[in-house]
Design a binder for this molecule. Structure first.
Ligand code: FAD
Length: 482
């Protein structure tokens, strides 16, 4: 099957009987539910872009093994050119959603492309798991499926050592084996895009602190989202069913986050990639380098987000007539710096990419991963800058109904500025508000703080991969100078 269109994605989603719960009710059709339909439409628009003949060349590639046309985010990069082409494609998707859908399908596509290329790693547990991985990659790539993923076990208590108490009864584990597969039970967070996905992937970086060598908690597998016993519990929707004028981002890009309950779910053997082997599970992201590939996808998302915030900030100062004032220039300069740092790290990750032991062109991990750590504090600061630049204008927000209502004349007379009509000003500041003040905007801040794990874990990970001896040797040699 060639790449999907948006309509094909929506039709498949509609037909899928995934058990999705929102506001106390089971959602019967996510494609028309007011809290979810906007996000589904946004994902559909990505598929439309990919299958648009005008963009096909830059959004797809020909599979060397089968001759099939596949979405470019599924490519297993073998050259620097592959990596750059893939990123250009991902940046197009990210710009389509203004960087507001961090879990757009490319996130998981690059993960499984990397794992298919390094499938022998999974075969170290059991040889058949390597074949499972290759077959599964081919299945999702050829059917152009959307994946969600849930990595984190819920916990009842916290230990200062950071060790997970996996015996509390909440963590996902295998409760028995059958000839058909493994039966799993427990709960996982946080499946962003869960209700809008075709498949769910389950793996975990968090058994890293687990001490046993073999464990029923050590798992990597994938399932259709409508598998029996799987339940997705959504938070409330941030799509408040307002117009694009009133709620420009929330009405379009609600990707939804959900808790996933697994009630005695059967995972067929051919969908299992790791089972029981703690060391293999813990090593997956670093040894296959999937973390570097998803970080590279994150670079594109971050750059698109920086461009949006910077562009909005520039228009805000232009509209308010303060772009020449020092405090505004100072803040704009800071936004430019974040934007250029993202671009520089992204390009460094590509320029310093190397073929890994699997023959995959791997983005240089340090600059790619640095963007994740940087964005944990940079994005909240960028949002703060919009608040500082916007001040009361972020509250001078008549709704679309007001713009044509009885006070339309007053609005036009008093809210216009020297450089903007009242309508353009209000429209722009609705966007600035949706980035910096709305519940949708605040969720984006939370996302950037935590989507790639908590800050301490990220800091440790970055420090662990940095070649420390280079710098300590330099200091030692300075200290040794006469
Ligand atoms: C919007 C959003 C979307 C997400 N999407 C996904 C997704 O699609 N898939 C997925 O798998 N995950 C997703 N995540 C989950 C993400 O992986 C986790 O939030 C992240 O790993 C942090 O784990 P946690 O939330 O359990 O935080 P916690 O472990 O509860 O940490 C909370 C805070 O407490 C601190 N802390 C933790 N333990 C200790 C301790 N022992 N002592 C002192 N301080 C401590 C942490 O440093 C942190 O600051 C998402 C998260 C968010 C917010």
């Amino acid at each position: 099957m060639p790449t999907r269109t948006g309509a094909q994605y929506l039709a498949a989603l509609k037909a899928r009987q995934t058990e999705v719960w929102l506001r106390g009710e089971r959602v019967t059709d996510v494609t028309i539910h007011p809290g979810l339909a906007g996000g589904a439409k946004a994902i559909a628009s990505l598929y439309d872009l990919q299958s648009d003949p005008a963009h096909r060349e830059s959004m797809t590639f020909t599979d060397p093994d089968t001759g099939d046309t596949l979405g470019l985010s599924f490519i297993i990069p073998r050259t620097h050119e592959d990596l750059v082409r893939r990123r250009e494609m991902m940046l197009k998707w990210a710009r389509t959603t203004c960087g507001m859908m961090g879990r757009s399908p490319d996130f998981m596509n690059v993960t499984f492309a990397c794992w298919a290329g390094s499938a022998d790693y999974f075969g170290r547990g059991r040889p058949e798991f390597a074949d499972n991985m290759r077959r599964y990659y081919r299945y999702i790539a050829e059917n152009d499926l959307v994946l969600t993923h849930s990595l984190i076990n819920l916990q009842r208590s916290r230990n200062v050592s950071g060790t997970f108490n996996l015996q509390e009864g909440t963590a996902l584990q295998v409760i028995r084996e059958t000839s058909a597969g493994i039966i799993v039970k427990g709960a996982r967070v946080l499946a962003t895009l869960g209700p809008l996905a075709d498949e769910i992937a389950v793996y975990s970086p968090r058994l890293a602190q687990h001490v046993d060598q073999h464990s029923p908690f050590a798992l990597s597998f994938a399932l259709p989202c409508d598998t029996k016993g799987l339940r997705f519990l959504c938070r409330d929707s941030f799509d408040q069913e307002k117009s694009h004028f009133d709620h420009p981002l929330g009405s379009r890009f609600e990707e939804m986050d959900s808790v996933v309950f697994f009630d005695d779910v059967l995972v067929p053997w051919d969908r299992v990639f790791i089972y029981g082997d703690v060391g293999l599970l813990n090593g997956t992201a670093s040894i296959t380098h999937s973390s570097a590939h998803t970080a590279h996808q994150g670079c594109a998302k971050n750059l698109a987000k920086c461009e949006l915030v910077l562009g909005v900030a520039l228009l805000m100062t232009e509209t308010l007539g303060n772009s020449h004032l020092p405090h505004a220039e100072d803040r704009i300069g800071e936004l430019v710096m974040y934007t250029e740092l993202m671009r520089a790290c992204m390009r460094a990750a590509e320029a310093d990419a190397e073929l890994d032991e699997w023959g995959i062109m791997c983005p240089a991990p340090l600059p790619a991963e640095t963007t994740r750590n940087l964005f944990m504090t940079a994005y909240p600061r960028m949002v703060e800058i919009l608040q500082l630049l916007g001040s009361s204008s972020l509250m001078i927000l008549p709704t679309e109904a007001d713009m044509d209502g009885p006070l339309a004349g007053h609005i036009e007379q008093y809210l216009a500025t020297d450089s903007s009509t009242a309508r353009d000003r209000v429209k722009l500041f609705h966007l600035a508000w949706d980035i910096s003040c709305s519940s949708f905007g605040n969720r984006q801040v939370l996302y950037e703080r935590f989507f790639a794990s908590d800050p301490l874990t990220r800091a440790r990970a970055l420090t662990a991969m940095f070649p420390k001896q280079q710098v300590t040797d330099r200091v030692r040699s300075f200290l040794a100078r006469d």
